[in-house]
Design a protein around this ligand. Sequence first.
Ligand SMILES: O=C(O)CCC(=O)C(=O)O
Ligand SMILES: [Fe+2]
Length: 223
Amino acid sequence: MERFSLDLPSPLYVFDEIYFSGIVSDLLEKGFSIRPLGVPEFVIDALVACQDTLSKQAYRRGGIGRSEQFQHLEKVRSDEICWIDGSSSEGQLWLDWCEALRLYINRHLFMGLFSFESHFACYAPGNFYRRHLDAFKGESNRMLSVVTYLNDDWQTTDGGELVLYTNEKDDLGVRVLPEKGTIAIFLSEDFPHEVLTAKRERHSVAGWFRLNTSINENIDPPK
Ligand SMILES: O=C(O)CCC(=O)C(=O)O
Ligand SMILES: [Fe+2]
């Protein structure tokens, strides 16, 4: 897209450097990044507008497991999701922003991220997503998970926090309030995480940067 052309860096590109450089330094230091107001407001506004137009029917039950086999294991997760395909300009803006982030991360961390997929998720009161990994070493090409949130004035008493565990043995974790504009990014294979039971409707956008499958089948993914 013209906006992200390297020959003609536009204000959007320069502006995003501030967001991206913080994320990259966190990833280098800790393997994860949690940043309140970590996504520009106009991108969040676009996501909120897009989410508002989705009908209840557009969402379907989240699946689990490799290649999303649509196993509706309600004991593990009970959110509903809707994939973002870029058919609306608002959804496309998010995909564009993530594409700029992908290129920035590849330039600075040499992760070889190849593609991106993303969906809206809605957790009705009572919904949760139990502790899980987004990818298993060598079994998936999901490398980097990203989540951002669309909720105003979220309180700890509203539940629904993301808890990011720093390793398999960690049972304390880092808690993230799903407050509008907060972004959480982490290495998909390294950080178990869960969504605590939400007590009010919780809207989020989750996404995954992937390696090229053909490369992943032949060589070990870079760390
Ligand atoms: O919404 C969140 O905070 C995390 C969701 C999640 O872990 C997932 O969709 O895999
Ligand atoms: Fe997850």
